[in-house]
Every structure is written in structure tokens, then in C-alpha cells.
Design a binder for this molecule. Structure first.
Ligand SMILES: [Zn+2]
Ligand SMILES: [Zn+2]
Length: 175
């Protein structure tokens, strides 16, 4: 959903409140695509703070299907968004692109609400998603989901009880 900003910019102190639909059905993160299971409309409030500067405030809740880090089963993951951003309309699109890293949600006098929300979701993306704390994961030999029972494979090297330690190890690697 695109919001035109020229009208808001015409008057200092002007506040516009609007409820808009989030039009995406899925979201991309780090090259993977995730299904949106539920979403509320976006409550958007734009304030002209003077000097061609806007305050953008947005809130919405949504639920994404993110695969469990061990067994790959989809986990319903909630995002409760309530955030604000400042936008300096005096700077050019090129300068803005440098400031807002890759996800550019303002182009000219248009605000792309979907891009703004997607940008915030990326910031709030969880470090690790598990279907349950003690998820046993998949058998490294046959691929069976070990939460549903043993398969009888010899996994002396990759014991599922080691999964928790491996997770910690992975976290150290990421740092
Ligand atoms: Zn799991
Ligand atoms: Zn197995």
C-alpha cells in the first residue's frame, strides 16, 4: 500500500492517522520465503514535525510460519510491531538509500507501507526458532522426525541429546 506524503508535507504540525492493509502474503528473509498465517491491518500515524521532517509510527500484529531450526516443522511465530521512524524529506532518494540500508520504503513523496513493515520484521527476526525447547530434530541418517519416535539408526556421532549443545556451538560461530 502506497501513501502519498505531499499533502502531509504541505502543512507543519499536520497529523494523519490511517488504517491500511498489509498486502503481502509472504515475506522473504535471508533468501527464504515465509508464509503469513494471520495479520491485522496496519495502524499508521504520520506527523509533520516541521522542517520537512516526518515522524512515521506504525503498529500491527502478524503471525509467520517459520520452520523449526531442528526438525523443520512450521512454527507459528508472532510479531507484535509497534515502532516509529523519522524521515527527512529534504534529502534525495539516493542519500536516503544510503541511510536506510537495503530496504527503501520512501521513494519521492510515496511511502511504501508494506516495505516499512517488512523492514521492521527483519529487525525483529528471532535468533532461533524451535517447535519446543527439547525438540529432538531429524535423524541425521534417515531423516525421520525423532519427536515422533525412534527409527533405530546408529547415530553415535550425532546423538540427538547433543542437539542443545550444537545449538550453543552454532551461536558462538555466528558471533
Ligand atoms: Zn522441532
Ligand atoms: Zn534414522
Amino acid at each position: 500500500m502506497q501513501i502519498h506524503l505531499s499533502d502531509i508535507l504541505s502543512k507543519e504540525g499536520k497529523v494523519v492517522e490511517q488504517q491500511v492493509d498489509f498486502e503481502k502474503e509472504e515475506l522473504s528473509f535471508s533468501g527464504d520465503t515465509y508464509r503469513i498465517l494471520e495479520k491485522t491491518p496496519v495502524n499508521l500515524r504520520i506527523t509533520n514535525q516541521g522542517n520537512q521532517e516526518l515522524l512515521l509510527e506504525a503498529s500491527m500484529n502478524l503471525k509467520l510460519a517459520i520452520p523449526c531450526g531442528r526438525c523443520l516443522k512450521d512454527v507459528e511465530t508472532c510479531f507484535c510491531l509497534d515502532f516509529s521512524r523519522e524521515a527527512d524529506m529534504k534529502i534525495s532518494d539516493e542519500e536516503r538509500q544510503e541511510q536506510l540500508d537495503e530496504n527503501n520504503y520512501i521513494a519521492g513523496y510515496e511511502l511504501d507501507v508494506d516495505a516499512l513493515i517488512a523492514d521492521e520484521i527483519v529487525l525483529q527476526w528471532p535468533m532461533k526458532v524451535l517447535c519446543k525447547e527439547d525438540c529432538k530434530g531429524l535423524c541425521a541418517v534417515c531423516g525421520k522426525n525423532l519427536n515422533t519416535g525412534e527409527c533405530g539408526c546408529d547415530r553415535t556421532v550425532l546423538d540427538p541429546r547433543m542437539a542443545a549443545f550444537l545449538d550453543i556451538f552454532e551461536q558462538f560461530k555466528e558471533v
